[in-house]
Design a protein around this ligand. Structure first.
Ligand code: BTN
Length: 237
């Protein structure tokens, strides 16, 4: 996969969105520093120059179910961490947690120009960040914090991209069951959770995550099938 490097960008996802017409499919944009990193639900994504990975993988392809890209990215991060002896879990849809704290966030975005769909998979992974801002300190962690080891950012980057490529190829094969692999790392299945849905705070039990990436939650009154992007889960696991 081609690598496009910048020292500073506002956000690697923004850069991909603004310049997608000049990119080949299957490349990634990486920045040493983001001045305006974004997370899901328009949250701010804070990263630390030289200590975190901030990159966006760009894919130009018409896909039936683009949500699989976010699952693929989540699996790639989990497998990458595993290769550095770090066990992690996926909090639906695609937060990566270690010991219930977030080590990586993923932001999938799409743009079409009429005929072709373009997807941007933004990945922010905390590698050697030791200190976090007051407001996220309780819920964030990094590779260095969980192992007391300093990592080479470029080794982690290389492994992450290789792993993504490997699993992306696997999805071309019908018999590969991405959803089952994804579910084997989920930390929400069969758990009671609280969540915000359509401005209401609800409680329920997660029954399953379906092939299309949606989540099935049983509350006291109903069975809800909720899509990617529509809810935030409140408690951490
Ligand atoms: C989230 O957890 O809400 C998603 C965070 C995604 C952060 C990454 S860092 C690289 C890319 N550029 C951005 O502005 N955001 C994503």
């Amino acid at each position: 996969m081609e690598r496009i490097y910048f020292d500073t960008l506002d956000s690697t996802n923004n850069y991909c969105k603004q310049n997608y017409e000049m990119f080949p499919s299957f490349c990634y944009v990486i920045a040493n520093k983001q001045t305006s990193g974004r997370g899901r639900f328009n949250r701010i994504w804070l990263s630390d120059e030289k200590n975190s990975l901030t990159l966006s993988i760009f894919i130009k392809e018409n896909l039936d179910n683009p949500v699989i890209l976010s699952m693929l990215a989540a699996i790639s991060v989990v497998k990458t961490l595993e290769s550095f002896n770090i066990k992690s879990k996926i909090k639906w849809p695609n937060d990566i947690l270690v010991n219930s704290k977030k080590i990586c966030g993923i932001l999938l975005e799409g743009i079409t120009n009429g005929t072709t769909a373009n997807y941007i998979i933004g990945i922010g992974l905390n590698v050697n960040n030791e200190l976090f801002d007051e407001q996220i300190k309780q819920k964030a962690t990094s590779m260095i914090n969980v192992t007391n080891t300093l990592f080479s950012l470029s080794d982690v980057e290389k492994k992450l991209i290789e792993t993504f490529e490997k699993y992306y190829k696997k999805t071309q094969n019908q018999s590969f069951e991405l959803i089952n692999l994804y579910k084997s790392y989920s930390c929400v299945i069969n758990k009671n959770i609280s969540f915000e849905y359509q401005s209401n705070l609800l409680n329920g039990k997660v029954l399953d995550i379906l092939d299309d990436g949606s989540i099935l939650i049983k509350t006291n009154d109903e069975l809800l099938k909720i899509n990617y992007g529509e809810i935030t889960l409140k408690n951490y696991y």
